[in-house]
Each structure stands twice: as C-alpha cells, then as structure tokens.
Design a protein around this ligand. Structure first.
Ligand code: NAP
Length: 303
C-alpha cells in the first residue's frame, strides 16, 4: 500500500510529485504519454515567471522532470484505466496491473477539442493537425489555416510563420481571448492574414487537404482558402473518462474541487487542466499541484 498515486506528469502532476518527494511520501507517478503534458504542444512559453525572454516548453518541462527525479521519484509510463474505492483506500488499475494507495492526485490534463466539421476526421494526419510544433515543419512554403482565437491558435500561428508561406488565422469573432501581446505580435507579422467573423464549413481535398471553405457570419458569404495544412485550436477537453463514475465533474467532464483541490471523494485530489476552473495556464497548474499534495499530506497525517 502506497501513500499516494499521482496520475499524470504535466506541470501539475510534476509539481505534485516534487512536493510529494519533499514530504517523503511513498509515491507512484503514472503518465500515459511522456512527461511534460500538453504544454509540450506549444514550442515556447512566454508567461512562466522567471523567464523574461520566454523558454522552450521542452526545456522547462525537462527541468521539472529532473527536479522530481532528483528526489528519487520515477515517472512510470502507464495509462490509468480506472480508480476504484477499496475500504479506506483506492485501487488504481493500469495496463500493467493494480496499485493501491491511501490517497490519489488526479493530474491527467486535457487534450485538443475537435472542431466537428466535415473533412476533419478524414484528413487527420493528411493535413489536419492539432499541434504546430509537431507538424509545422511539414508545411514549408505552403499555405496553412489556423482555426481559433485563444492563446494556442495565436501562438501556433506565429510559430507556423517560421515555415509556411501564408498563415490564415480564421476566428469566429473579431475579438480574441488570446493574450493581447500575442495578438499584437500576430497583427505585425506580414505572413499572417486574419480571416475574422468567419467559421469553417468544410475541409476539402482529394487524398490530402487542398482547401478550406469558410463562411463570414456577418455577410453570410462563403469563400475558399487554398491550403495544405489546417491547424485546429478550439479549446480543450479533459482526460477524465477513467473517473467519470467516481468523481463529481462539471457538464464538460472537468473535475470539481474545492480550494484545497479536494475532489468529491475523501483522499482524492485533482489539479491542472483536468479541473473545472477559470484559468488554464502552466503557472496556476503548478500551484494547484502543490496545494493538492499539501492537502493529501494533511489527509494522510489524519488517517
Ligand atoms: P481557448 O482559450 O479555450 O480558446 C478556444 C478558441 O477557439 C476561442 O477563441 C473560441 O472562440 C474558439 N472556438 C471554440 N469553439 C469553436 C468552434 N466550434 N468553432 C470555431 N471556433 C471555436 O483554447 P486554446 O487556445 O486551445 O487553449 C487551451 C487552454 O490552454 C486555454 O485555457 C489557454 O489559456 C491554455 N494555454 C495556456 C498556455 C500557458 O500556460 N502559457 C499556453 C497556451 C494555452 P470564442 O473566443 O469565440 O469562444
């Protein structure tokens, strides 16, 4: 029986692991992909304090990982399939077997939401992508369309100008929820063309993406943008399927917690992008990871 199992090793999970290591809790950390989480889909982070020039997300997450491993914790590459209550403890089921702990921190993060338009599924991997850092280099001197008006869309549009000939930024409104500094940078970049008040109706092509049909929601006029790549950034959906029968979530599946990051079951805590909250940034994910493990520690002391 372990003290704690941390599920997920993004910024929240790794910070939770750092605090667990410093409390000397007997801890397991499970991660289904690779340590670092979805922030690795952005090339650079500009709003993590202490790095006025920005820092590569890979470098930052590597430092997080090193700090955790320096405390003797190991990040185990395993997907968690289920958490089950077992008397006063929890059994965590992974592909490799069952593990028992008195407390659990869920830091399983989120993933890109699908846009849900015709052609999206058909062209995934054949022009449609959810990660500029991963797929941008494939579009050297090509035209690409970026969809969305949040941080991810504007950040990735800027990143893609390093490769693409023209980046069309298609957004359904004329105001952005992305940080204003990013929007100003994008407006100043001659390679980015703003296609505002517009929604994508269909992604078209033969065997690969060839164009995108967009409709201006004010004029109701449709037009075609000839492009080889389509990058979709229309928000995130939480990775919480494995707790949906155990923990209280909001209507979108994000886990509901109190201020001490306690979920709806005693001994289970949650933090980071899988939690229902108002701000989804690395900086507060880290704070929540620390709070979650502080709460888990207090819970364990009481047991
Ligand atoms: P987001 O901030 O939720 O923005 C989603 C964008 O997609 C919005 O502009 C939204 O339009 C648009 N959208 C949503 N559904 C749409 C639809 N069906 N059709 C067309 N457009 C649609 O999501 P994100 O930019 O993907 O980023 C995900 C989260 O990660 C955000 O919370 C973001 O702040 C966070 N993030 C953090 C960092 C960091 O910590 N440094 C870096 C990158 C991202 P409306 O504005 O009209 O709703």
């Amino acid at each position: 029986m372990h003290d704690l199992i941390i599920i997920g090793a993004g910024p929240a999970g790794l910070t939770a692991a750092l605090y667990a290591g410093r409390f000397k809790l007997d801890t397991l950390v499970f991660e289904k992909m690779s340590a670092g989480g979805q922030i690795l889909l952005s090339p650079e982070i500009e709003n993590y304090p202490g790095f006025p020039e920005g820092i590569s997300t890979f470098e930052l997450m590597n430092k997080f990982k090193q700090q955790v491993e320096g405390l003797g914790l190991k990040i185990d590459d395993q997907e968690v399939l289920e958490i089950a209550e077992q008397g006063g403890s929890y059994q965590v089921r992974t592909q490799a077997g069952n593990f028992e702990a008195r407390s659990v921190v869920v830091a399983s993060g989120a993933q890109a939401k699908r846009l849900g338009v015709k052609g999206e599924d058909k062209f995934i991997g054949r022009g449609v992508s959810y990660c500029g850092t991963c797929d941008g280099p494939l579009f050297k001197d090509r035209n690409v369309v970026v969809i969305g008006g949040g941080d991810r869309a504007v950040e990735d549009a800027l990143f893609l100008t390093g490769y693409a000939r023209t980046v069309y930024l298609v957004h359904r409104r004329d105001a952005f929820r992305a940080a204003q500094v990013l929007v100003i940078k994008a407006q100043k970049n001659p390679k980015i063309k703003f296609v505002l008040d517009s929604v994508v109706e269909e992604i078209e092509g033969e065997s690969k993406v060839g164009s995108v049909r967009v409709k201006n929601v004010k004029s109701q006029q449709s037009s075609k943008i000839s492009c080889q790549g389509v990058f979709i950034f229309v928000g995130i959906a939480p990775n919480t399927g494995f707790v949906k029968n155990l923990l209280e979530t909001d209507e979108f599946g994000f886990i509901i917690t109190d201020q001490a990051m306690r979920a709806s079951k005693d001994g289970i805590f949650a933090c980071g992008d899988c939690v229902s909250k108002s701000l989804y940034q690395v900086v507060n994910a880290c704070g929540e990871g620390a709070v979650a493990v502080d709460s888990a520690h207090k819970y364990l002391l009481k047991l």
